[in-house]
Design a protein around this ligand. Sequence first.
Ligand SMILES: [Zn+2]
Length: 234
Amino acid sequence: MEDNHIYQYSLLNALMDGVSESGITASKLASKGNQGLGTFARMDGELVFIDGKVYQLQAEGKVREADASDRIPFAVSTQFVPQKTAQVEFRNKDDIDKALDEFNDHSKNLFMTYRINGHFHYLKCRTVRGQEYKGQPLSELGKKQSVETYENVKGTVIGLRTPKNWQGFGVAGEHLHFIQDDRKAGGHVLELQATRAEFQMAVASNVHVELPTSDDFNEATLVTDDEGVKSVEG
Ligand SMILES: [Zn+2]
């Protein structure tokens, strides 16, 4: 992978349609850069790829390091090399957008990748509990997700901003996953607050996509449900 290129496996719309039985291995994802996010087979929890290691963030805030052979039905990764590092106050998630725009206000239609390191006063994270039956759509899983809040924790957020018109390819707007420094908790970030954290950013204009070849993928409708994505990935 070249610096700040993005690799994506599958499409968010495939997950929305419940296509998550199989996918690439964790070791293959680990060869596609140094950080990223995604989910595991049957949407069992959230995936965070950080410093070359892939972790599974499970319901109730549990974490395990993925086995090399674990299957990943959807993930986005990058060979992240920060183009700017700043100390930023995050009163809420919207401050991420603001900081990215300050860094580069000509990238509305480009991808941006980032990493936030530091001490968080407050974090609200969710983890998907996994499908109860084959093909269960993500929108349904969102209704029974596990939600945890954390106060005064140290850790890292791995994030990606996808341009608006790519909704369904990925999550349009901000998508970020958190993992604690001790690797004992984490999840898909719903809310965050930090008085001062290190914010590293990069613009990405090269996107490499690998699509599944399974029957499940080919039978999926893959129609973008904007409201559905916002309610489950917001
Ligand atoms: Zn997520």
